[in-house]
Write a protein that binds this ligand. Sequence first.
Ligand code: HEM
Length: 391
Amino acid sequence: MTALAQLPFEQAWPVASAPGLRALQAQGAVHKVRTATGDQAWLVTGYEEVRQLLADPRLGRSHPDPGSAARTGESVLFGGPLGDYETEDADHARMRSLLQPHFAPGRMRALRPRVEELTAGLLDELGRRDRPADLVEALAAPLPILVICELLGVPYQDRSRFRGWTRAAADVRDRARSEQGLAALFGYGRQLVARKRGQPGDDVISRLRAARGADDDEIAMLSMFLLFAGHETTVVAIGMGALMLLTHGRQWQALRDDPGLIPAAVEEMLRAPGTSGGGIPRYARADLQISGVPVRAGDLVLLDNGAANHDATAFPDPDRFDITRPAASHLTFGHGPRYCIGAPLARIELQAVFSQLIPRFPGMHLAVPAEQLTLDTGSLTRGLARLPVTW
Ligand code: HEM
């Protein structure tokens, strides 16, 4: 009997798929694997299969017996089952109905000029910095944090505290740290919601309070969930997108010559990095077959959207970074009923960044050999630790 593939896969270079994952993917669409916690799971790597299963009601986030469920890691929020097995669908529908209005197209359109202004401010500051400068610290990190702070009405000066907690909460190796981070974040959220009672603002937390239907604890939970979901992911995407362009000079040049290519390029920047965190977790709610492989109710199924984005049947020559390819059908934001609520906002941020960065710093290049760049592998989102650039 061959040994099960062990997650996480070793990644040689930050933006390339892990060779172990590619080898597995070449053998089929569904694989029995061992997770970082030693549990067994099914890893789904085929594009069509991942897409269909993301929308399949026979898979959910909860488990009837959470204590016995297989896990992917120690993070409280993403390492194992979430929510109440009996009420999952209703709870999820409620969460979406409370949050979705704040991300409606009209609201997002209204936000775009402000995102562009914040980007311009950060690029002004970057221009005054000593070279080389770290693009993660100067741009990729502060922009999504500024945006989510304004959107939610969270004070920007609290960023080092809440970023510390969200990072701790996302720790995949240390459950106690993850629990403490989440508890601290929730406590902070409650204080914030209480403060809005006396001083409501033009922000999502105040609007959630005004809409009623949710009590302060639920609003604190929802808003801290947004804070969590809404910034680290985008920090990683901006860093990865910049790295892809900085290592593909001709495509950087093409965007400089024709900014109309930016929206399509952003989709390719979202698709191309091979830094999958091991798949979007689900638990089978019934016995089912995936590509002829029998999966039992309660089994952990990892829908590897990163691998799906590198399935050659959906994206020919998938490891080639090509801003002109039609990449918008990527699964980076998931698919189906849990499709990322913040996807329009993330797209606005990425488009603002690259439509300004390239003309403002046309000669920007990496200040260290690309091979020296490393990923923060202890975290769920696995972003670049630093991105030193000069110009
Ligand atoms: C490039 C940046 C981002 C990426 C790659 C990303 C990725 C994802 C993915 C894959 C899911 C689906 C999870 C699942 O199926 O279980 C998701 C859900 C979600 N995302 Fe994002 N996201 C990003 C940015 C944002 C932003 C900016 C926000 C909010 C401001 C946000 C809020 C959410 C929320 C609330 C959900 C839960 C939706 C649900 O369960 O119905 N995300 N995101």
